[in-house]
Design a protein around this ligand. Structure first.
Ligand code: AMP
Ligand code: MG
Length: 419
C-alpha cells in the first residue's frame, strides 16, 4: 500500500469530490422515520417508543409485604421479645379480608396484600416461626418491610415518554403497568445484496480466483446492530439482468436496499450501470478514505432508498458506519443518529490522505484516566482482519493529513452490541 499521505489519487477522474458531510446530508434528507406501528411487547423490544405510556393506576397497586414473615401492629411490640397469637395466613395472589386486631398478628408471604390494621412486617428471621403463636425477638419500625402502593409509580404518571429506547427493563415496565402492546417506530427492513462474479457462499469451495462473500454477512450483521430487521440475499453475479431481477424481487420487502461492489470505474461495475438508470440514484466520489465511490438514491414505486457501497470489505463497512447507520437510526426515530465521539491522544503518528477525510481503524483504550488510540490496521481497504481488532475509528478531517504522536484526534466509538 503506498503512503496514503503522498500517493496520487488512485481513482483518478476529473469529477469533483463530494464532501462526507454533503453526502450524509443528502442521505438524511431523503430517508424519513417509518410510520408508527402497534407491536406486542417482545416485538417492540429494541424499538423507539412513539407514544407516552401512562400508568392507569399506582405501582405497586396495593400495600404488600416485602418479606415472608408476620404482619403486626408495631404498637404491640413496645417490649420484645413478645409472643403474639397468629390469627391467619395471607398469600400472594388473592385479596385479603383479614384485619389485624390489637395484640394479634397474621402470617404473610412476600407480595401478599397487607391486612388492614397491620403497619409493619416482622421477617421470619426475627421470630421462632410459630404457627399458632409466634415469638418476636426484634421490633420493626412502623412501615418496615411494607411496599407502599404508588411508591414506584403514581396513577396517571408517564412512565415511558415518547422517544424512549425500549430495552429489557422498559418493556418489562410496560407489562407491569398493564400494557401488552406499544406504538413504536418499526425496525427498518434492510435487504443486503453482494455483487461480484468472484464471490462464493461462505464455506463453499474456493476455485482459484474465487473469494467468500464476506460483505453481505458483515453488512447484514451491522444492520442488525444498528437496530434494523436485516435480510441477507447474498450473491448476485456481475450480470446486469440478474441484478435488476434481484432488486425488483427484493423491493417489496425492503425499506432500504444495500448493495456492495460494482460501483467503481471497472468494466463490470454492474451496480453503477444498473442503478444509474433507475430512480434518483447518483454515483459520487466522496472525499473519504476508505470508501470513495458511493451510490445513493431511491428506486421503485415507493421511492425506496438504495445504497451502492464499494466492494472492498473495509470500505463497505466504513461506508455503512458513515452513511447507512445514521440513515437507519433516522428511520428508527432514534436520536442522535450518529455514534458518540470522544477526543483521544494518539500513541503514535497517524497519517491520512490530503484533502479527504480518513477513518483510521484504531484501538481506543483508557490509560491513566484518559482516552488514547493506537492504529491496529494499515490503510488498505481490504484489511478486514485489521478492522476486526479495532473498536473505534479515528477521524482525520479533510484538512488534516497527519496527527503527531501525542496529538489529539476525534474518535468514533464502535460499540458492538446486539439490538
Ligand atoms: P468491486 O467494488 O466490486 O470492484 O470490489 C472491490 C474489491 O472488493 C474486490 O477485490 C472484490 O473482490 C472485493 N469484494 C467485492 N465484493 C465483496 C464481497 N461481497 N465480499 C468480499 N469481498 C468483496
Ligand atoms: Mg466487483
Amino acid at each position: 500500500m503506498p503512503d496514503p499521505g503522498t500517493a496520487p489519487d488512485p481513482h483518478g477522474g476529473g469529477e469533483p469530490l463530494v464532501s462526507v458531510d454533503d453526502h450524509l446530508a443528502r442521505v438524511l434528507s431523503v430517508v424519513q422515520p417509518l410510520s408508527p406501528l402497534e407491536l406486542g411487547l417482545l416485538d417492540a423490544h429494541g424499538c423507539i417508543l412513539d407514544e407516552d405510556v401512562v400508568a392507569p393506576g399506582p405501582l405497586p397497586s396495593f400495600d404488600n409485604s416485602a418479606m415472608d414473615g408476620y404482619a403486626v401492629r408495631t404498637a404491640d411490640l413496645a417490649q420484645v421479645p413478645a409472643v403474639l397469637p397468629v390469627v391467619g395466613d395471607v398469600l400472594a395472589g388473592p385479596a385479603t379480608a383479614l384485619r389485624v386486631q390489637p395484640g394479634l398478628c397474621v402470617r404473610i408471604m412476600t407480595g401478599a396484600q397487607m391486612p388492614a390494621g397491620a403497619d409493619a412486617v416482622v421477617p421470619f428471621e426475627w421470630t421462632d416461626r410459630g404457627v399458632a403463636h409466634v415469638r418476636i425477638d426484634h421490633a420493626p419500625r412502623p412501615g418496615a418491610h411494607v411496599r407502599r402502593a404508588g411508591e414506584d409509580v403514581a396513577a396517571g404518571e408517564v412512565v415511558l415518554p415518547r422517544g424512549t429506547h425500549l430495552g429489557a427493563v422498559q418493556v418489562g415496565l410496560a407489562a407491569a403497568v398493564g400494557r401488552s402492546r406499544l406504538v413504536v417506530r418499526p425496525r427498518p427492513r434492510v435487504v443486503v445484496v453482494s455483487t461480484g462474479s468472484e464471490l462464493v457462499e461462505p464455506g463453499g469451495a474456493l476455485d482459484p480466483g474465487r473469494i467468500p462473500d464476506s460483505n453481505s454477512i458483515a453488512l447484514t450483521a451491522a444492520a442488525v446492530e444498528a437496530g434494523a430487521q436485516a435480510y441477507r440475499v447474498g450473491i448476485v453475479p456481475d450480470d446486469p439482468a440478474a441484478l435488476l431481477d434481484t432488486l425488483e424481487d427484493q423491493l417489496v420487502r425492503a425499506d432500504v436496499l444495500v448493495t456492495s461492489g460494482g460501483v467503481s470505474v471497472g468494466t463490470h461495475d454492474v451496480v453503477k450501470e444498473v442503478l444509474s438508470r433507475l430512480g434518483t440514484v447518483q454515483f459520487d466520489r466522496v472525499a473519504m478514505q476508505p470508501g470513495m465511490p458511493q451510490g445513493f438514491g431511491t428506486i421503485g414505486p415507493d421511492s425506496t432508498p438504495v445504497f451502492g457501497l464499494p466492494g472492498n470489505p473495509v470500505s463497505a463497512l466504513v461506508s455503512f458506519e458513515v452513511f447507512v447507520r445514521p440513515a437507519l437510526r433516522k428511520m428508527l426515530g432514534a436520536l442522535p443518529v450518529e455514534r458518540p465521539q470522544v477526543q483521544a491522544r494518539a500513541t503514535e503518528e497517524l497519517r491520512g490522505p490530503a484533502g479527504r477525510r480518513a477513518y483510521l481503524r484504531v484501538l481506543l483504550e483508557v490509560r491513566d484516566g484518559a482516552y488514547v488510540v493506537t492504529p491496529v490496521s494499515g490503510a488498505g481497504s481490504h484489511l478486514l482482519a485489521g478492522m476486526s481488532r479495532a473498536n473505534a475509528l479515528a477521524v482525520l478531517a479533510e484538512g488534516v493529513d497527519r496527527v503527531p504522536a501525542g496529538g489529539t484526534v476525534p474518535v468514533v466509538l464502535l460499540e458492538r452490541r446486539g439490538r
